[in-house]
Design a protein around this ligand. Structure first.
Ligand SMILES: [Zn+2]
Length: 249
């Protein structure tokens, strides 16, 4: 499938934004020299994380949060990421993870988003403009709760994966059962949904939607297998679990 290439002005704007982002990152990490903590996304060491009331500890350089730091460590240690040639689809990219992926020459990285300037292609996940079986692996982290038809999006991820390919798909599972925003009471919107840009709250039945699309899935408690000093040093969350979805071969 032929995709539109960005024009010169867009490429220049994107490069300028990247330059400003890198400059700001260097300024932040300069303020916290040291080796107490290390970020698995960008590989930088520093004396402390940055803290925010909503998202706990962020890396001073790439601004990664716990779930992305665990993800990067998991990909390297459990999925052998970067050790073999792989075509990888990142849905709704964030900068810390792009820094991580760019370290690997074996990873052909492609990102899509409906609006983010970080993405390679402007694209709706409910209708991916890629041929069937185009990718070896994909990431869709905390995206589906923002998508009107999440079932359609999951089917699209399944479609563009090669047979035997895998995807890491994660949503916040915080309710007894999945419920759409339109069906929720004001109390549920305030206390269960919490975020005003989420279109539904997910319950454990979310995993049924993965199976409906054809995925076989399993959950990894990788973080609990790590030494406690690593959990501390890399700023990880012991409650975090990673869902691995596989397209049957
Ligand atoms: Zn970092």
């Amino acid at each position: 499938m032929e995709l539109n290439k960005p024009n010169g002005l867009k490429q220049w704007t994107k490069a300028t934004r990247e330059w400003v982002r890198v400059l700001a990152a260097h300024a932040r990490v300069f303020m916290f020299p040291g080796d107490n903590f290390k970020c698995p996304c960008c590989g930088r060491s520093f004396s402390r994380f940055l803290y925010s009331p909503y998202l706990t500890a962020r890396c001073p350089f790439c601004l990664s949060i716990e779930r992305y730091r665990l993800l990067c460590k998991f990909l390297v240690e459990e999925m052998h990421f970067g050790q073999f040639p792989i075509k990888f689809l990142d849905i709704a990219p964030i900068w810390c993870f792009q820094i991580f992926c760019r370290q690997f020459k074996n990873v052909e990285y492609v990102s899509v988003d409906i609006r983010s300037p970080l993405s390679d292609h402007k694209m709706d996940i409910q209708s991916l403009q890629f041929d069937d079986e185009s990718f070896d692996a994909a990431l869709c982290y905390h995206v589906l709760e923002h998508v009107p038809d999440d079932r359609k999006a999951i089917k699209e991820i399944f479609r563009v994966l090669k047979r035997g390919g895998w995807a890491l798909i994660q949503v916040p599972v915080e309710a007894p059962a999945t419920k759409e925003l339109a069906e929720m009471s004001p109390y549920e919107i305030k206390h269960v949904l919490k975020w005003d840009d989420h279109l539904r709250s997910y319950g454990p039945d979310f995993f049924d939607r993965l199976e409906e699309a054809g995925f076989e899935w399993s959950e990894s408690d990788f973080v609990t297998t790590l030494p406690r000093e690593d959990v501390e040093r890399f700023g990880l969350d012991l409650k975090e679990r990673i869902t691995i979805c596989r397209k049957p071969g």
